[in-house]
Design a protein around this ligand. Structure first.
Ligand code: SOE
Length: 403
C-alpha cells in the first residue's frame, strides 16, 4: 500500500480537496462511494477526494445511505447539490433518463462530472452532453463516463499487450456479457425494464460495457453492425417500489416490458477485424459473465470477469510443440493499478474497478488532462447502441456507425 500521511477521516493531509457530490445511492451509488472512500487511502493522489454530499429524493433513505457510505451531508433535490459551492465534482449514479439534465446543469455550474454508463438514453442527449463536455474541458472542467471494466487490472494489462503488438494484427474479437436475473418471469418491472427510464435493456446496460471494452482493447471504434434483439417476457408484475441491487418485490398488476431482454450482433472494425457481441439477462446460471477473447496473427488473449485477476494468453510465436494458452496472474506490482495494492497473488475484486476509476479521474482533473472515456467516447458508444437497434428493426441489415 502507499504511505500517505492519514488524517482522522483516513484521507490525506496537505492536498487540495476534490469535494464530490453524488446523485443516486442504489447499487451504483454504493459502488462509486467505495471508489471515492478508498482511492485516496490507497493511491498517492494529487487531490484529496472528500465525500461532501449525497442526493436522493427520499430524505430518510438518503440519510441512511449517507451514514452507511460515509457522506458528510445530504440533499433531496439534485439541483441544490449542483449549485452548492462546496461541490467540485458531480457524480451521476441515477437511471439514464436523468443523466443529460444533471450533467448539463453540473457542467454549466462549473463542476467536473462523472456519469454512469450508458452516457444517455439517446444519441441526441449524448450529443449535447459531449458538446458541453468538450467546451468544459477547454475551461479546465473534466467529464468522464463510468465504464469501470476498463479499470480491471487484467483488462488494462490486455490493452497494454495489444498496443505493444503482442497479438499482431487482430482478426477476431468475441465478447459476451451474460447475466440471469430476469429468468424468473415473476421478477418485477423495475426501471431497467422501462425504455423511458433505461433507454434500452440488456443492450444499453450490458452491451454498452462490452462495446466500450472491445473498442478500448482493440484501440479503434466499430465501423458497423448487424443485429438481433429479443424480448422474451413482455408482461411483468409491477414493483412495490422496494428495490435492492438487482432485486425487487412485486405487487398486484402487470405492466409491459418496453426494452430488449437480449441483444446479439456481429460487427466490423475499420482495420479488418470482425467481432461478435452478445448481451443477455437470460443466460441461466451466468451471474456476471463478461468474457472477451481477441485472436490476432501473433497470439490470443482471453479475459473472464468471473476470474478477474487472470488473463489467458497464447503466444503464437512459440514453437507449436510448447505453445498453448497460459494463465497470467495479474497481481504483480508492475501490472496496471497494482503498484499500490497487495503483494503478488493477493487478488482484487469488482469494487476495486470503482477505486481505480476515481483514481484516474482525480489524476485527469489535477493534471488538466481530458479523461478517458470522455463524454465523446460515451457518445460514440451511444451511436453503436443506436445502430444495433436500427439494424435489429431492419432484420439485421448491416448498419454503419454514424460519425
Ligand atoms: C446490472 O445488469 C448491472 O448492475 C449493470 O447495470 C452494471 O453496469 C454491471 O456492471 C453489472 O450489472
Amino acid at each position: 500500500m502507499g504511505q500517505p500521511q492519514a488524517q482522522s477521516d483516513g484521507t490525506e493531509a496537505g492536498k487540495p480537496p476534490l469535494r464530490v457530490g453524488m446523485v443516486g445511492y442504489a447499487f451504483m451509488g454504493a459502488a462509486h462511494s467505495q471508489g471515492w472512500r478508498t482511492a485516496g487511502r490507497v493511491f498517492d493522489l494529487p487531490l484529496n477526494p472528500v465525500q461532501a454530499v449525497i442526493c436522493g429524493r427520499d430524505a430518510a433513505a438518503v440519510r441512511a445511505a449517507a451514514d452507511r457510505h460515509g457522506w458528510a451531508s445530504t440533499e433531496t433535490d439534485w439541483r441544490a447539490l449542483v449549485e452548492r459551492d462546496d461541490v467540485d465534482l458531480v457524480d451521476i449514479c441515477t437511471p439514464g433518463d436523468s443523466h443529460a439534465e444533471i450533467a448539463l446543469a453540473a457542467l454549466a455550474a462549473g463542476k467536473h462530472v462523472l456519469c454512469e454508463k450508458p452516457l444517455a438514453n439517446t444519441v441526441e442527449e449524448a450529443t449535447s452532453m459531449a458538446r458541453a463536455a468538450e467546451a468544459a474541458h477547454a475551461r479546465g472542467q473534466m467529464a468522464m463516463v463510468g465504464f469501470n471494466y476498463r479499470r480491471v487490472p487484467a483488462t488494462a494489462q490486455a490493452r497494454r499487450m495489444v498496443a505493444e503488438g503482442r497479438l499482431g494484427r487482430l482478426r477476431h474479437v468475441r465478447v459476451t456479457y451474460l447475466q440471469d436475473w430476469l429468468v424468473d418471469p415473476g421478477f418485477p418491472l423495475t426501471w431497467r425494464l422501462r425504455k423511458e427510464q433505461a433507454g434500452s435493456g440488456s443492450l444499453g446496460d450490458l452491451g454498452a460495457h462490452i462495446i466500450d471494452l472491445a473498442q478500448y482493447l482493440v484501440g479503434e471504434p466499430l465501423a458497423g453492425v448487424s443485429a438481433l434483439t429479443e424480448t422474451f417476457v413482455r408482461q411483468r408484475p409491477l414493483p412495490t417500489g422496494a428495490t435492492s441491487g438487482l432485486s425487487a418485490v412485486s405487487a398486484a398488476g402487470t405492466g409491459e416490458v418496453t426494452v430488449d431482454d437480449a441483444a446479439l450482433f456481429t460487427a466490423r472494425f475499420p482495420s479488418g477485424a470482425i467481432a461478435s457481441f452478445e448481451a443477455t439477462r437470460y443466460a441461466t446460471g451466468r451471474k456476471n459473465a463478461l468474457r472477451i477473447e481477441l485472436n490476432g496473427e501473433r497470439g490470443s488473449l482471453a479475459f473472464d470477469l468471473e476470474r478477474l485477476n487472470e488473463l489467458s494468453f497464447h503466444d503464437g510465436t512459440e514453437p507449436g510443440t510448447e505453445a498453448g494458452f497460459r494463465r497470467i496472474l495479474v497481481t504483480e506490482a508492475d501490472h496496471p493499478y497494482l503498484e499500490a495494492w497487495w503483494p503478488p497473488g493477493h487478488g482484487l475484486g469488482y469494487e476495486h474497478t470503482f477505486v481505480h476509476q476515481a483514481r484516474d479521474l482525480v489524476h485527469a482533473i489535477a493534471e488538466g488532462r481530458r479523461p478517458e472515456p470522455s463524454f465523446t467516447d460515451g457518445l460514440q458508444v451511444q451511436r453503436v447502441l443506436a445502430a444495433v437497434e436500427e439494424s435489429a428493426e431492419k432484420n439485421s441489415v448491416y448498419t454503419p456507425i454514424a460519425v
